[in-house]
Design a protein around this ligand. Structure first.
Ligand code: C5P
Length: 233
């Protein structure tokens, strides 16, 4: 089985103090994105790595990208960027891992778990919810308590047989999920769900956090400084 990874980092994201999108902010001596690119480039089962950048950055790729990594320009919505990345993978690739560049700490064990299942069909890493979950109304008042037993938080990398991912994205231009605007497709498994394709789950990793706010970045920095995550420079 031949595995390729698509790391999407073409979003404008939230801006931090230094004015850069979150995936390019410094974390432990390297940009946030460099951490996830390294994790896939160093994984023995991952053969090809494609990084999707904004058209401006793709035209002048950062010097820190490891050799052998392919860079392609992304699109307006995340799904467009994923489609561009998948299109850059050769036909020989059997399984595609799609990862958000804003998640710097995908462990080798997590990547292996996803690969281990993805040959049989789409798979996503998930973690349970410990907090009590409530739905609130438009004014922020509690409407109800939502049973949490069946709820999961979803991470990336998400794994797909290449032809399933290529098929779901190709169908996207006019079929089952046309009523969903592209911006509402927050992950790739959603396309499978909308098209009735089964999606399996594997155990995610609490350290595999997504950097969305400056607070998340502060947590990630503490994880590197304290040695919870090895590899800071
Ligand atoms: O906006 P959000 O944090 O959900 O984006 C998830 C990932 O998708 C980020 O890594 C972002 O850079 C990427 N993305 C992209 N192309 C877009 C929008 C988002 O590659 N047009």
């Amino acid at each position: 089985m031949r595995v390729g990874a698509v790391i999407v980092a073409a979003g404008r994201g939230r801006r931090f103090g230094d004015g850069r999108p979150k995936q390019f902010v410094e974390l432990g001596g390297a940009p946030v994105l460099a951490w996830s690119v390294r994790a896939f480039a160093a994984h023995p089962e991952v053969e090809r790595v494609v990084v999707v950048l904004s058209p401006a950055r793709a035209a002048a790729p950062p010097a820190w990208l490891p050799e052998g990594v392919t860079v392609v320009p992304g699109g307006v919505a995340r799904a467009d960027s994923v489609r561009a990345g998948v299109g850059a993978l050769a036909e020989e690739i059997d399984v595609v891992l799609v990862h958000d560049g804003a998640r710097p700490f995908p462990s080798a064990a997590l990547i292996s778990r996803v690969i281990g299942s993805a040959g049989r069909g789409p798979v996503i890493p998930v973690i349970g919810i410990e907090d009590t979950v409530k739905r609130v109304d438009g004014r922020g008042r509690v409407a109800e308590t939502v049973p949490r037993e069946d709820l999961r938080r979803v991470q990336t990398p998400q794994g797909f047989p290449r032809e399933v991912l290529a098929r779901t994205h190709a169908l996207g231009d006019g079929a089952a999920w046309a009523e969903h605007d592209a911006a509402s497709l927050t992950d790739d498994a959603m396309l499978c769900e909308l098209l009735g394709i089964d999606v399996a789950t594997v155990e995610g990793d609490p350290s595999n956090l997504k950097i969305t706010t400056p607070g998340d970045l502060a947590i990630a920095r503490r994880m590197v400084e304290s040695g919870v995550i090895p590899g800071g420079t």
